[in-house]
Design a binder for this molecule. Structure first.
Ligand code: COI
Length: 354
């Protein structure tokens, strides 16, 4: 597989200035990568200037949602880098999602190579402040033009990117428990990173926002008792000084940040426990003071402290500290690893593309 970079793409990078105010996912890098899957194989990849793509209104993705994506970051520290954090894990998860959504795999080495070449090309437009990065969004969608319900025969793989700051501008978040709607069910697509899971959470997001909160906390679809995840990130809390996070099921996305924290926490003398965490146990632990902190984690969210968890009837369970000591030290250790100030639990986690 070859990755071609057009001269217009190189020029677009030269002409680009990073704005002072970034936010998350609003400013787009001026280039994008494309490859097409046809006749059972992938074309070479090409990086061209960012712009509209042409597709017919009958493209299957527009009707049946056959689509998957990933999120990862490329960042620079003190003029060094670009660095990537565990891109092979994104590649593996992408292919897990592809399989579940009846889509072709992008070989791990091709996915990682694409991300590397793209990051190097964008080297000069990666923001430099700690916590800021070039957020990379690889994605794939079905392009076959027909209305029959069947897996598409053709697909497009793309990478777009956004120089980004914090996902949540407020620092800490308030979370609303969703007890009626469900995001994902056993045997469904909850542990695939596909747009439909995020679409399924949008109606609840409207209510969550209307009631003054930032994220929806989803419970399992069968018993409606166990905490699963939030709409765009994993849930964690500190109970009796231990990092507790819901054990993965087929309706929870296996977060790479979540997985990294489970390895980092013991290095900070924080024990970890992945378990079935019932919402009743969580509330009781907050009320009795055993649960001292809670936080969201994800590529975009990094670690975002939760200051309260609420019910739709207005009942609020306040966390004693946000950010608390454990989430602060976990966040710092994660950023220190990602930004090269601390050794990762595994040397292969951080890739220096210099
Ligand atoms: C990420 O953290 O990369 C995600 O895909 C979540 C999304 C809410 C931005």
């Amino acid at each position: 597989m070859q990755i071609n970079i057009s001269s217009e793409a190189k020029q677009a990078i030269k002409n680009f200035t990073i704005p002072e105010e970034l936010g998350f996912g609003r400013v787009m890098a001026p280039v994008m990568l494309e490859a097409n899957f046809e006749n059972g194989k992938w074309s070479d990849m090409t990086i061209v200037p960012f712009g509209p793509i042409s597709m017919l209104p009958t493209s299957k993705v527009l009707h049946y949602g056959q689509e998957i994506f990933e999120g990862l970051k490329s960042y620079r520290i003190k003029g060094n880098g670009p660095f990537l954090f565990r891109p092979d894990e994104n590649a593996k998860r992408f292919n897990h999602s592809a399989k579940r959504m009846a889509m072709p795999e992008v070989p791990v080495e091709n996915f990682v190579e694409a991300v590397k070449v793209f990051s190097k090309l964008c080297s000069e437009i990666i923001p430099r402040r700690s916590g800021e990065s070039l957020y990379l969004r690889p994605f794939m969608f079905s392009t076959e033009e027909a209305l029959g319900i069947k897996p598409s025969d053709t697909f497009k793989f793309m990478i777009v990117a956004s120089p980004s700051g914090a996902y949540f501008s407020g620092g800490t978040i308030s979370v609303l428990i969703e007890r009626s709607a469900v995001r994902a069910a056993p045997g469904g697509t909850g542990n695939a990173k596909t747009g439909g899971n995020y679409a399924a959470a949008l109606e609840a997001a409207i209510e969550t926002k209307k009631l003054g909160h930032d994220q929806t906390l989803w419970l399992d679809a069968v018993t409606r008792k166990n905490v699963e995840e939030m709409s765009g990130m994993n849930f964690n809390c500190i109970i009796d000084g231990k990092l507790v996070t819901p054990a993965l099921t087929d309706s929870i996305l296996a977060g790479i940040t979540r997985n990294s924290l489970l390895a980092i926490a013991p290095q900070l003398d924080i024990q970890v426990e992945e378990k079935k965490l019932s919402i009743d146990e969580l509330i009781e632990a907050i009320k009795t003071g055993r649960c001292t902190e809670a936080f969201a984690c994800g590529t975009a969210a990094i670690i975002t402290p939760i200051h309260q968890i609420a019910e739709k009837d207005g009942t609020v369970y306040k966390l004693p500290s946000a950010p608390g000591p454990c989430s602060t030290s976990l966040r710092q250790a994660l950023l220190d690893i990602q930004e090269g100030r601390r050794e990762a639990p595994n040397k292969e986690w951080v890739l220096n593309l210099e």
